[in-house]
Design a protein around this ligand. Structure first.
Ligand SMILES: CC(C)(COP(=O)(O)OP(=O)(O)OC[C@H]1O[C@@H](n2cnc3c(N)ncnc32)[C@H](O)[C@@H]1OP(=O)(O)O)[C@@H](O)C(=O)NCCC(=O)NCCSC(=O)CC(=O)O
Length: 397
């Protein structure tokens, strides 16, 4: 085969690329059926882990729960499931195999519920999805949850799959950024992003000196979020809900020990230092300035809409303070935190869905054209994406 002239290769490349920006074309979310009221959680947790004697830790969990800004969370791990797997309460027991068995089925199944809703919202058949990005912290097998999800949804055998493991709370932000790259670089691509997190992999009983676990027990919940991303929407079926105008990732120097996750024989252990709200709060404005400078768009923070990962109430408070945001600017994030807790990488998808819901229900007095998604996780990594809403794309649904 002869080599194509350089000009021809350039033309082929241009033809392969989309014309317009990637956009969110559909969103869906799902949670397991069991809902736990935050006020009841300390009693429940210390009872099912046979730890009532650790009264100081229970009092601490109660204090954190009260300050968490969380009203309720959903959980796959029920009391019955725990009764069938009593060693899940013991961090030192070799329970990883049993946890992975359960998660390998439950994580893609929950993702399938969310994805089915996103596909219905998008309006085209699942077989027209060309790429799949799946993010979870529960993955420990291959073929993994992406392969299973593709089967559950009946995706085409030519769907191009990417699996993101252990990105923690920035998994949703990373997936959306990769989806943007895929959609803009492959004309006609329709990318399904699926994030699915169940805390079962990291559930164990309280221990003296192990305060990360107490914090996590107060914060994390289970959920799955799915998004369809594509460029050059084909009307009237496809509507761009949020156009993806710019995306970046930043690592906070010297912070690698401040959020960490590790899979051990007894499940996943994590560390979340109490510096996290301050570290994130101290870094977000730089990320935002760089993003809007790169776009050439001048932005006043209070003129934007906000989809911030609600990692914890204090993180939202710090961001609100450093950016001098008006009351209510982070309402979508606070609402999701309150109703679902921190569902790790999945959470930003819930926040986007909540933003859309608030727009459609006209809950906000203003409907800014430009907005931002930010997610944070181990690294500490900050994912920033600038969004644009085409006129009427949200209000008219
Ligand atoms: C935990 C809080 C709700 C507590 O609220 P306040 O800070 O207002 O209240 P407070 O200062 O009185 O603290 C209440 C109690 O919480 C404890 N506390 C606070 N931060 C803690 C931490 N990181 N680890 C363990 N304990 C912690 C305090 O010591 C205190 O204990 P005592 O009462 O005994 O004095 C809040 O600090 C918060 O939202 N923190 C952010 C949580 C966080 O980092 N989330 C990110 C998760 S990781 C993530 O999202 C990414 C990922 O997983 O990848």
């Amino acid at each position: 085969m002869g080599s194509a002239p350089a000009a021809a290769v350039g033309e082929i490349r241009r033809a392969q690329r989309a014309d317009g920006p990637a956009a969110v074309l559909g969103i869906g979310t799902a949670n397991p059926p069991t809902c736990m009221a935050q006020d009841d959680y300390p009693d429940y947790y210390f009872r099912v882990t046979n730890s009532e004697h650790l009264t100081d830790l229970k009092a601490k969990l109660t204090r954190i729960c009260k300050k968490s800004g969380i009203k309720q969370r959903f959980m796959h791990l029920t009391e019955d499931l725990l009764a069938a797997n009593p060693d899940f309460t013991d961090r030192t027991s070799a329970s990883l195999d049993a946890r992975v068995d359960i998660a390998s089925a439950a994580v893609p199944e929950l993702a399938a519920s969310a994805a089915a809703k996103a596909i219905a919202d998008w309006g085209r058949p699942a077989t027209e999805i060309t790429h799949l990005i799946f993010s979870t912290y529960s993955g420990a097998r291959a073929p993994s949850a992406d392969r299973r999800l593709a089967s559950l949804l009946g995706l085409s055998p030519t769907v191009s799959r990417t699996m993101l493991n252990l990105h923690g709370c920035y998994g949703g932000g990373r997936s959306l950024q990769l989806a943007k790259e895929l959609a803009e670089n492959n004309r006609g691509a329709r990318v399904l992003v699926a994030c699915s997190e169940i805390t079962l992999i990291a559930f164990y009983g309280p221990e003296d000196g192990c305060l990360d676990n107490i914090l996590g027990q107060a914060l994390f919940g289970d959920g799955s979020g799915a998004v369809i991303v594509g460029a050059d929407p084909v009307g009237p079926v496809e509507r761009p809900l949020f156009e993806m105008a710019f995306a970046s990732q930043t690592t906070i120097p010297g912070s690698e020990d401040d959020i960490s996750m590790e899979i051990n024989k007894g499940g996943m252990e994590y560390h979340i230092s109490n510096k996290v709200p301050r570290l994130i709060g101290g870094s977000v404005e730089r990320c935002l300035i760089d993003a809007f400078d790169a776009l050439g768009v001048s932005a006043k923070w209070n003129d934007l809409f906000w989809a911030i990962h609600p990692g914890g109430r204090a993180i939202l408070d710090h961001i609100e303070e450093v950016l001098s945001l008006d009351d209510g600017k982070l309402a979508a994030s606070r609402h999701v935190l309150s109703e679902f807790g921190n569902m790790s990488g999945t959470t930003v998808i819930f926040v986007l869905d909540e933003l859309r819901r608030r727009r459609v229900a006209k809950l906000e007095s203003e409907a800014p054209e430009w907005g931002v998604v930010m997610a944070f996780g181990p690294g500490i990594t900050i994912e920033t994406m600038v969004l644009h809403t085409p006129a009427g794309s949200l209000e008219g649904n």
